[in-house]
Design a protein around this ligand. Structure first.
Ligand code: GLA
Length: 381
């Protein structure tokens, strides 16, 4: 049964009628442009065909009452009086309500059922999907127009200021603004974006190493600080403002660690813009090579890969239907992404199962994915 059907059925069973509104918001995978978003740089993610769904109806009062099917949990809060309590899924909903109310909106209460099929903790942004689905729900019942960049900013505030996680804006932007069949080149400073069609006859395949690393938050914060140190050295607001030429002219004055971190970000921004040109030219070969270069840079200069990620990327590159592969998301575990010939994607997936299991003794998960639309009201609203 589809997740949509699950939430609609569960809503009916609980409330005795059809939901007034159904919303969905997708997870994401990033093709290229990694650890660039918090440097005001460029990213090129796509929304995937896995999402968080909410079936709901407005309430006459200011309460929000939720049933999370995936966690067999219920939660409720009052829009006039709520606090942060732990890290339960409801905190993502509260965070959105908080950010929207802080921005001056008057929200209407609602009740509903939530479920999703974005794997949790795999680096595919299940949390951004939950935030953007909640944003869609609040916007629909409260009569607030959907503005994807604005909604993404509220999602980022939920992460940064409600949950205390120092993430960038990429995940929320792509979940809010994704377009079917396309990746988006997003300028993380202006939040302007451009839809780019995937090269014809290719498939994007997600390779989950089935490893999850702790301490990602502290390593992530450390990388952010190192990037800020480098930006101060170049006397710019963010590393986005340093060209490859400017970097090369002064790189030898940086200490070795800062130089490697900055080199990753500055060249990754350049690669991401070159990836745009490759996409516009339907050039899968060049796009694949840029992805490979991105992986090496994340592995050797930014130090955010892992043995499992390196192994699964090598397995991917051993298959000749693969144009390119790299770790994706924050790193340290989780998923890689590969661009492969569409007609041979199933064979490629089989190869990964066998080769990665042999090389690592772990069982991967492989998703051949479609680029999906961003957050939307599917029914009602
Ligand atoms: C995580 C963060 C994003 C981004 C990536 C790395 O997914 O949530 O904002 O920084 O890591 O590119």
């Amino acid at each position: 049964m589809s997740v949509e059907q699950q939430v609609v059925d569960a809503f009916r069973a609980r409330y005795g009628s059809a939901p007034a509104v159904v919303v969905r918001a997708p997870g994401r995978v990033n093709l290229i442009g990694e650890h660039t978003d918090y440097n005001d740089g460029f990213v090129m993610p796509l929304a995937i065909d896995r999402a968080t769904w909410i079936a709901l109806r407005p309430r006459d009062d200011r309460r929000v009452m939720l049933k999370f099917l995936d966690f067999e949990a219920q939660a409720a809060f009052d829009l006039d009086d709520f606090q942060r309590e732990g890290k339960q899924p409801v905190e993502y909903i509260k965070g959105m309500a908080w950010a929207m109310q802080q921005a001056g909106h008057t929200l209407t209460g609602w009740e509903g059922v939530i479920a999703g099929d974005v794997p949790i903790g795999a680096g595919l942004s299940s949390s951004a999907a939950l935030e953007m689905a909640a944003g869609r729900a609040f916007a629909a019942v409260s009569g607030i127009a959907w503005d994807a960049p604005q909604m993404a900013r509220w999602g980022q505030r939920t992460e940064n200021d409600w949950l205390g996680l120092n993430t960038g804006i990429m995940d929320q932007m792509i979940s809010a603004a994704g377009q079917a069949g396309h990746a988006l080149l997003i300028d993380c400073r202006s939040l302007d974006f451009e839809a780019l069609p995937l090269p014809p006859e290719t498939a994007v395949v997600i390779l989950d190493t089935s490893t999850r690393r702790g301490l990602v938050d502290s390593a992530y914060n450390e990388r952010r600080q190192q990037c800020e140190t480098a930006a101060r050295f170049f006397a710019v607001a963010a590393l986005r403002d340093v060209s490859v030429a400017a970097f090369e002219a002064q790189a030898d004055q940086l200490d070795e660690l800062t130089r490697r971190r900055a080199r990753h970000v500055i060249y990754e921004n350049d690669r991401t813009q070159r990836a745009r040109i490759a996409m516009l030219a339907s050039d899968a070969e060049t796009l694949g090579q840029l992805m490979n270069a991105s992986h090496r840079s994340l592995r050797d200069d930014f130090d955010v890969s892992s043995d499992a990620l390196n192994t699964i990327v090598e397995c991917a590159l051993d298959h000749d239907a693969c144009y390119g592969a790299r770790m994706t998301g924050a790193g340290f575990g989780g998923c890689a992404v590969a661009l492969v010939e569409r007609a041979r994607a199933a064979d490629f997936a089989e190869h990964i199962h066998a080769a990665y299991a042999q090389a690592s003794s772990l069982t991967p998960a492989v998703y051949i994915c479609e680029a999906a639309a961003g957050a939307e009201v599917v029914a009602g609203g």
